[in-house]
Design a protein around this ligand. Structure first.
Ligand SMILES: Nc1ncnc2c1ncn2[C@@H]1O[C@H](COP(=O)(O)OP(=O)(O)O)[C@@H](O)[C@H]1O
Ligand SMILES: [Mg+2]
Length: 377
């Protein structure tokens, strides 16, 4: 009996000490333990005394419950603080987002999309290559460019190629990486990203899948949109050259305010490849691969209307795999044949639909009509 009473008192004292130190986890543990020994005391007692012990134990359990909640909140705060502490000082953003190694891809490796490449050279690459010429003609250097179009047609690939061409710091960010479930954290991440980029004389921030953070939400501007407008204000006037390149598969989700001049003001449509571009993608994918003479690239391109760039890449992959399997079975060198492509053509379906393309046309039309409107915000 006295053992249990002693233990109960010990744990109560330990709980109080823990509370003084605001160590709620520890306080919770000792309070629950005290309740446990209280219930043991009740078992060894009778009548009114037993009742008193039980009541006392339940009171302790109530307190323990509240302490548990506090302990949970405390560890959440701790995590958050640790995250903030690891913030700007330790340059997490740089190690996380800045590309340290140039991709090997160049714009020339992007098949087709000739107009897109011309536009990108003028708007994205030249300002970095010849800033003095741009200055001489008082042309803007920085700014924002949005690439939009159905998925799988090379937006991300193009951004990589641009990074491969440019002698500028390149920040490669998928918007879902800066997005944080905690209130205000996304804004902090974005701030860090822009701060880091502005430290360089020449920098490109590539925001992939940008709709994840700059979508419109009814009539209410979300925090991110407002902040983006602030971050990009003065993008064009800054001494150094900072360019924001963004990509989205769903431009209609974006808040119109971010699409105005000075922000993501230039819009470049990256559509599905036409037949010559599809042929180029197949040739690109078959480079260095043993291909039989009977493979008819032009015919493959002609039969793949509405295939995206990614569909074409996957078609080539299938053809290569079937040749590889043949070689493993026969034990001798095999080439990729037209028949391998025929089999692949029977499997891969075009991922771009006319309805989908119509959506982009509609957005472009509606947008062209309203893009001169410098309206509110
Ligand atoms: N024009 C192209 N030239 C070469 N490869 C392409 C082209 N378009 C797409 N691809 C291939 O398809 C893949 C997916 O394209 P991606 O850039 O991820 O599309 P998006 O970002 O527009 O959704 C690329 O990694 C590349 O292999
Ligand atoms: Mg992409």
């Amino acid at each position: 009996m006295s053992f249990n009473a002693d233990k109960k008192r010990e744990h109560e004292a330990a709980a109080e000490a823990a509370l003084c130190e605001k160590h709620f986890g520890k306080a919770f543990f000792h309070t629950a333990k005290a309740a446990e020994f209280g219930l043991k005391l009740a078992e060894q007692s009778e009548g009114k005394v037993a009742e008193q012990y039980v009541e006392d134990a339940y009171e302790l359990l109530d307190i323990a419950e509240q302490l548990k909640e506090k302990a949970r909140a405390q560890s959440r705060e701790g995590l958050q603080r640790a995250k903030e502490k690891a913030g700007p000082d330790e340059d997490v953003s740089q190690s996380q987002w800045e590309l340290k190694e140039r991709p090997r891809e160049k714009l020339i490796d992007v098949a087709g999309l000739e107009d897109v490449k011309v536009e990108l050279r003028e708007k994205v690459i030249e300002p970095f290559l010849h800033p003095e010429v741009h200055e001489r003609f008082r042309l803007r250097k920085g700014g924002g460019v949005l690439m939009y179009g159905p998925p799988g047609n090379g937006k991300t690939y193009i951004a990589k190629a641009i990074a491969g061409e440019l002698d500028a710091a390149f920040f490669n960010v998928n918007a879902s990486q800066v997005k944080d479930k905690y209130v205000g954290e996304t804004e902090k991440n974005m701030q860090r990203l822009f701060d880091e980029a502005r430290k360089h004389d020449r920098a490109v921030i590539f925001l992939d899948e940008v709709d994840a953070i700059l979508a419109r939400r009814g009539n209410r501007k979300i925090g991110m949109v407002t902040q983006f407008l602030t971050l990009t204000d003065g993008l064009v006037e800054t001494k150094n050259c900072l360019l924001v390149l963004a990509a989205t598969n769903k431009p209609w989700l974006l808040d119109p305010a971010v699409l105005r001049p000075g922000r993501l003001g230039d819009h470049i449509y990256v559509g599905p490849p036409d037949a010559p571009a599809r042929e180029a993608i197949v040739r690109l994918n078959m480079e260095g691969v043993p291909v039989a003479d009977d493979v008819d690239y032009a015919a493959i391109a002609a039969r793949t209307d509405r295939f995206s760039g990614a569909d074409m890449a996957s078609l080539c992959d299938r053809a290569k795999r079937s040749a590889k399997n043949r070689q493993l079975a026969s034990g001798q060198d095999e080439d990729v044949t037209q028949e391998d492509f025929e089999a692949a053509l029977g499997k891969v379906r075009p991922s771009v639909t006319p309805e989908h393309l119509a959506e982009f046309d509609a957005w472009r039309a509606g947008h062209a009509a309203s893009s001169d409107d410098y309206g509110d915000d």
